[in-house]
Ligand binder design. Structure first.
Ligand SMILES: [Zn+2]
Length: 157
């Protein structure tokens, strides 16, 4: 029989402390990964045949860890010129928060949690890239064997 935590024994309807710790830990991890996902969306949301977007299209300030970190934050604007970049402010962060909450409350632990977390992160990036440019970047579609699954009919590249 599994022992209950002391607080849980005193308050049978309370949320277990271990669940709260898991939620806080997951929220911190989600907040840390969100700028990386936003950067991936901005970089990959380009037309077919174009190179990744590494700079602000207006002022050419580099984006990401070596440049403008404001652009890959929830602000979603270039820190230098104010140009809006990528998904709307907070959109990626809400997607990550909902995915993280779903993973926490699924009860998964260990490797399955990591695997589903990775899958959710890639899915979030693909969803926002697809919304922005109506295509999915081949670089992020490593698991898709079919060409028709990656591209809508009638589009090449
Ligand atoms: Zn700019």
């Amino acid at each position: 029989m599994r022992s209950r935590e002391p607080y849980e024994a005193d308050h049978p309807r309370a949320v277990p402390r271990s669940r709260i710790v898991l939620v806080v830990r997951t929220a911190v991890c989600a907040l840390m990964v969100t700028p990386v996902l936003r950067w991936a969306v901005i970089a990959h949301a380009v037309r077919v045949g174009r190179p990744w977007r590494r700079t602000c299209p207006r002022c050419t300030t580099p984006l990401g860890p070596r440049g403008d970190m404001v652009a890959i934050s929830a602000v979603a604007r270039c820190g230098r010129c104010g140009q809006r970049l990528g998904p709307p402010p907070g959109a990626v962060e809400v997607g990550v928060a909902l995915s993280a909450a779903g993973l926490v409350f699924s009860g998964m632990r260990g490797l399955p949690l990591i695997a589903y977390g990775w899958w959710a992160a890639v899915g979030i990036v693909l969803a926002f890239v697809d919304l922005a440019v109506q295509r999915l970047p081949a670089r992020l579609m490593f698991g898709m064997p079919s060409r028709s699954a990656r591209q809508p009919p009638g589009q090449g590249g």
